[in-house]
Design a protein around this ligand. Sequence first.
Ligand code: PGA
Length: 249
Amino acid sequence: MRKKVIAGNWKMNMLPNETINFIDEFSKLVKNSENEIILCVPFIDLFYALLHVQGTNIKIGAQNMHWEEKGAFTGEVSGNMLKSIGVEYVIIGHSERRAYFGETDEIVNKKIKSALKYGLKPIVCIGETLEQREDGKAVEIIKAQIQFALKDLDKKMMDDVIIAYEPIWAIGTGKTATSEDANNTIKAIREEISKIYGQNVAQRVIIQYGGSVKSTNSHELFSMSDIDGGLVGGASLNAEEFSKIANYK
Ligand code: PGA
């Protein structure tokens, strides 16, 4: 039985004092949850978040990293740096990074390999645009993204990889894929993983859904056979709202 993994993606929101207040409130609300709960916070909030989740069931992730360990890369943060302060997860290849910061499949693959090298668990984002979906190419695009993203990763490494299927047209738009649609696409992702790594890996790998997840639709989405939780943007900024999603039973 796969665990539900529910991650908040705060994007470029929340100051350190807001982070601390959020965690104080949120940690009380989710203390009995049996799901894996992760908050992916901006770089400047990481240290505060890590201190304040001590003794709780909340894990902390970053939203990006550079693939090199160190060097002349002004403004960048490496996986090694994240690991050194106790970060456990990192979002890689979010569609906003692909669209606004030129992240290619090749860069995504380098970052995933580097994250794993430094002992971080990558949450790898894939998903199709509205145009690709309307052209009937969604599954084809997603399979190609999977093949590129996971290039050169071995079976063992797959134990630490989480996939987040986020149809781009559903992110921040209030439009959600129907639970059947999302489940079917996630099944197709699992099939592709099965072709590369075999059935065992495919049945173990956590695949989340993301894109306008809210407390009003999360239960239906997470109860589908192949959806193992969610990557939640807007709705993760409010402790009460996010706790309703994170407390899924
Ligand atoms: P949203 O964002 O929940 O606000 O649609 C999801 C994401 O971008 O990860």
